[in-house]
Design a protein around this ligand. Structure first.
Ligand code: 3SK
Length: 520
């Protein structure tokens, strides 16, 4: 069991403690050709924290942080948490409508944004009900009339005591796509953030201060936040950030920054393999000791191919935004069976239940995975949802697993309408609702279709209105309609026109039948 003092601030643990204990000169962040030590990170965090406080941000306030994987994203999140606020990192691909929903739902008081990502914030701004301040990091010369990140930092005091938060105060909020379409704000306390490092990272990865965590999961993805912020900083180690997820940039960063733990999703590892089949000859990757994979199931083929070219094991894992990080994984020091995800992470319990009755199933029988552990599940302003999933502390993420006789858990499929493509969670009904707005569409069903590169792709089955004719131009038009309305990764890569959709006797679309059809 993990015990933390009642009064604790995650930033004191992740940054200030290292300076008190003599690790101030360790590199905390590598980015391009820059190295930011723990002491320098502390100074930036203090300045940003003071600046936000001067703007009026108070303990408990939510602050949106909208950046690619750059040092300013880490500085901003830690600054918010250090003054007792709640950091709300936002995916950079989100469109104005999506941002508007999230920011209003969270009642955020400020937005800190990279200038390249300002336009969607500006488009949303007239509808934002609670935002008092926008702070812009100018890196691309985009014109604006908001607060300047650099000027705020320059003008602010560099001394800041961490706000005396309690371990159950909120530190981090991450929005996640549910199956119903509206994203839900998963909320996490100072204790939760530390617990991901003190359970999964400590036991499965055994990090030391010599480790360099690198990779390309976005920081607003709980997986990326853990891998590239919480874990390296918890252990006095380093993080290597790469702004674009390009495989070549990633391998270059491994060589230049000495990455030892490479984090990505299966699509990312497959891209490295296909674009750099001889990557270990092209780049010096001798610093690597381990790879971490999550977001979608890792296939044994990707595991074997990566091992044979790069000489390291990829540790597959499954987590959720609600649990904040991985709760099933293999460990760095054990024989890995790539056909299974692994064992419950120390501190977490897993069981397999009957989807209809909720009763526990025997080993060997496929059923719904239920999990509980030191990170719990809670949503901002959704007490009813909390009760539903939280009975006895068990959370049911919606995946079908089998627990084998040896205790290993093997992933089978999703049980619901959530599509997981290249690590992105895409609610089928959200895409359906957008396609239905199009004049040519009468009915639509959206499901995941298996895909070697992406795990699954979004596929739309469309019944057209009388008069509309199916052709390639219409496919492109429908795809663009989704891309222009939602984050572009949600668009249907395949569109199939059909006369009718399969329905139950009560008229519900039988998406399961469509999913099964795609799997044959
Ligand atoms: O997708 C996953 O497996 C995952 C892993 C860690 C944190 C969050 C998520 C969704």
């Amino acid at each position: 069991e993990l015990h933390y003092p009642n009064q604790i601030n995650v930033v004191d643990e992740l940054v200030d403690r290292h300076i008190r204990e003599g690790r101030g000169d360790n590199v905390a962040i590598y980015f391009e050709d820059r190295e930011i030590t723990y002491e320098e990170l502390q100074e930036k965090v203090n300045r940003m924290g003071n600046a936000l406080r001067d703007l009026g941000v108070e303990a408990g306030d939510r602050v949106v942080v909208r950046f690619p994987n750059r040092p300013e994203a880490i500085v901003s999140c830690l600054a918010v948490q250090k003054i007792g606020g709640v950091a709300l990192p936002s995916m950079k691909l989100l469109r104005a409508k999506e941002l508007e929903y999230i920011i209003n739902n969270a009642e955020a008081s400020a937005v800190v944004v990279y200038d390249d990502l300002l336009d969607e914030v500006e488009n949303a701004l007239p509808e934002l009900e609670t935002v008092d301040d926008v702070v812009v990091a100018e890196r691309n010369g985009v014109d604006h009339s908001y607060h300047s990140y650099d000027e705020l930092l320059d003008d602010a005091d560099d001394e800041l005591e961490a706000y005396e938060t309690e371990c159950d105060d909120l530190a981090l909020m991450l929005y996640t796509s549910g199956t119903t379409g509206r994203p839900k704000g998963a909320i996490h306390t100072h204790r939760n953030v530390l617990a991901t490092a003190d359970s999964y990272a400590r036991y499965c990865l055994d990090p030391t201060e010599d480790d360099v965590f690198g990779g390309n999961p976005p920081l607003p993805f709980a997986y990326g936040y853990g891998d590239l912020v919480t874990f390296p900083l918890r252990f006095g180690a380093s993080t290597s950030l790469v702004e674009d997820a390009d495989p070549g940039d990633l391998l270059e960063a491994v060589e230049n920054h000495g990455t030892s733990i490479l984090c990505s999703i299966p699509t990312g590892f497959n891209q490295i393999l296909s674009q750099h089949p001889d990557g270990s000859d092209e780049y010096d990757v001798s610093s690597l000791r381990l790879g971490l994979s999550a977001g979608e199931p890792l296939t044994p083929t990707t595991f074997e191919n990566f091992k044979s070219e790069y000489g390291i094991d990829l540790l597959d894992g499954i987590g959720t935004t609600e649990m904040l990080h991985i709760f099933i994984s293999h460990r760095h020091d054990e024989e890995i069976d790539p056909s299974a995800t692994g064992y419950p992470v120390p501190g977490y319990e897993c069981k397999i239940i009957d989807p209809d009755t909720g009763e526990d199933l025997e080993r060997g029988e496929p059923g719904l995975l239920a999990v509980r552990g030191p990170t719990g599940i809670a949503y901002w302003d959704r007490p009813e949802k909390q009760l539903e999933v939280n009975e006895d502390g068990w959370s049911v993420p919606g995946d079908i697993f089998v627990q084998r006789e040896d205790g290993r858990l093997e992933y089978k499929s999703r049980s619901d309408d959530l599509i997981i493509s290249s690590g992105y969670n895409i609610p089928g009904p959200e895409v359906e609702a957008v396609l239905e707005e199009h004049d040519s569409v009468s009915e639509v069903a959206v499901v995941g279709s298996p895909d070697h590169q992406r795990g699954e792709i979004v596929k739309a089955f469309v019944v057209l209105n009388g008069g509309a004719s199916d052709n390639d131009e219409l496919v492109t038009e429908l795809q663009n309609h989704v891309k222009n309305t939602l984050a572009p990764y949600k668009y249907p890569r395949e569109v199939e026109f059909t006369e009718s959709l399969p329905r139950t006797e009560t008229g519900k679309i039988r998406r399961t039948e469509l999913r099964e059809r795609e799997r044959q």
